[in-house]
Design a protein around this ligand. Structure first.
Ligand code: NAD
Length: 331
């Protein structure tokens, strides 16, 4: 893999929902992209359109085992490392909690070593889950969080907290230039239908005419960011040379209850689905809304896509997926 003068980005988790959009955005900004993915939750179809793209390479590897030499041998230069490798949906990351925790910690360490050896910038995709079930609302980066370290979500929440710690230790020691994005709930095309969270559940159930599942009484709130906005935020954060002050929240501050979200989906799909309630999962956060003052000031960033436009394009994409899946079954 020897390349010309274009910048090279490694995107770990590049076959996933956010990662595949980030690969597209970087290619669109004239970067070469090396995607590192184990396809644990990512899908080949997310990057199928890049199969014949000469500026895109795929390294199928688990970041827990990954060694920088797998990319650097042969003289490949790397300018930026984006670490998005980790299942993001609770059913997926809880299916193998040990693997999730090790992905966060060892995967981040291995990718930081890549950035250090290559002299590349490093961006960690952290999460609003580091705030746990927050006692402060909305959540600013200065809030240290309220995470249960022993619960079923801890493999992810604490894994990401430890990943942030590692990243900032590398930064303090001058070993890598580090950026940490705390991403709040993001939705859009290429989400998995079995993602298990409210947007994909509501849309797939509404389109199938099935009852829409809401956990708890539906009064818990979330803030939903459209994927294009989020990816723009990640690109701006990676490109920013502002002095590092800590992690940066990226998300949409428009807050609504999950019941309201389900009702909007029903209205936009024209579905006749009823809403059914199931018990609230353990440690499910009650409220979530990002304070994005830092991203506004540092990056001049704020979300642009409203909920209705974002939901419309997400619904259109899930409809296409359904037709495709039905055609495959019939063939
Ligand atoms: P995703 O599950 O679609 O993507 C994760 C990708 O990482 C997948 O392609 C998966 O195969 C890959 N992966 C997982 N473990 C791996 C391992 N050990 N080695 C190599 N590859 C591995 O999830 P997503 O929604 O695209 O999330 C991407 C990142 O953003 C994650 O780090 C997640 O924690 C973070 N994030 C996402 C959201 C969201 O709302 N989607 C919110 C907060 C944070």
């Amino acid at each position: 893999m020897t390349r010309g003068r274009r910048k090279v980005a490694v995107v770990a988790g590049g076959a996933g929902f956010l990662g595949s959009h980030l690969c597209d955005a970087l290619l669109g900004r004239s970067w070469d992209v090396i995607c590192v993915d184990s396809f644990r939750t990512g899908r080949k179809q997310n990057i199928l359109h890049l199969e014949h793209e000469p500026r895109f390479d795929l390294l199928e590897a688990d970041v827990i085992e990954f060694r920088p030499g797998q990319i650097l041998r042969g003289g490949t230069r790397v300018d930026a490392v984006f670490n998005l490798a980790c299942a993001a949906s609770p059913p997926h990351y809880q299916a193998d909690p040990e693997h999730t925790l090790l992905t966060c910690v060892l995967g981040t360490r291995n990718l930081l070593q890549l950035a250090e050896r290559a002299g590349a910038g490093f961006l960690l995709a952290s999460t609003s889950e580091v705030y746990g079930d927050p006692e402060v609302h909305p959540q600013a980066e200065s809030y240290w969080g309220n995470v249960n370290p022993c619960g079923p979500r801890a493999c992810y929440d604490e894994g990401k907290r430890a990943a942030e710690t590692l990243a900032f230790d590398y930064a303090r020691a001058g070993r890598a230039q580090v950026r940490v994005a705390r991403i709040f709930n993001t939705y859009g095309p290429r989400m998995r239908p079995d993602d298990g969270r409210i947007v994909s559940n509501a849309v797939t159930q509404a389109l199938a005419g099935d009852p829409i599942t809401i956990y708890g009484d539906g009064s818990q709130t979330r803030s939903f960011c459209y994927v294009d906005d989020l990816v723009e935020g990640l690109c701006r954060l990676a490109a920013s040379d502002a002095p590092l002050r800590g992690a940066v929240n990226l998300g949409n501050p428009e807050e609504l209850t999950v019941a309201e979200l389900a009702e909007r989906v029903v209205a936009l799909t024209g579905s006749t689905s009823a809403i059914v309630r199931r018990p609230l999962p353990v440690d499910d956060p009650r409220r979530r809304r990002p304070d994005i003052a830092v991203a506004r000031e540092l990056l001049g960033w704020q979300p642009r896509v409203g909920l209705e436009a974002g939901l419309r394009s997400t619904i259109a994409w899930f409809m296409q997926e359904r037709h495709w899946a039905m055609a495959m079954r019939a063939a």
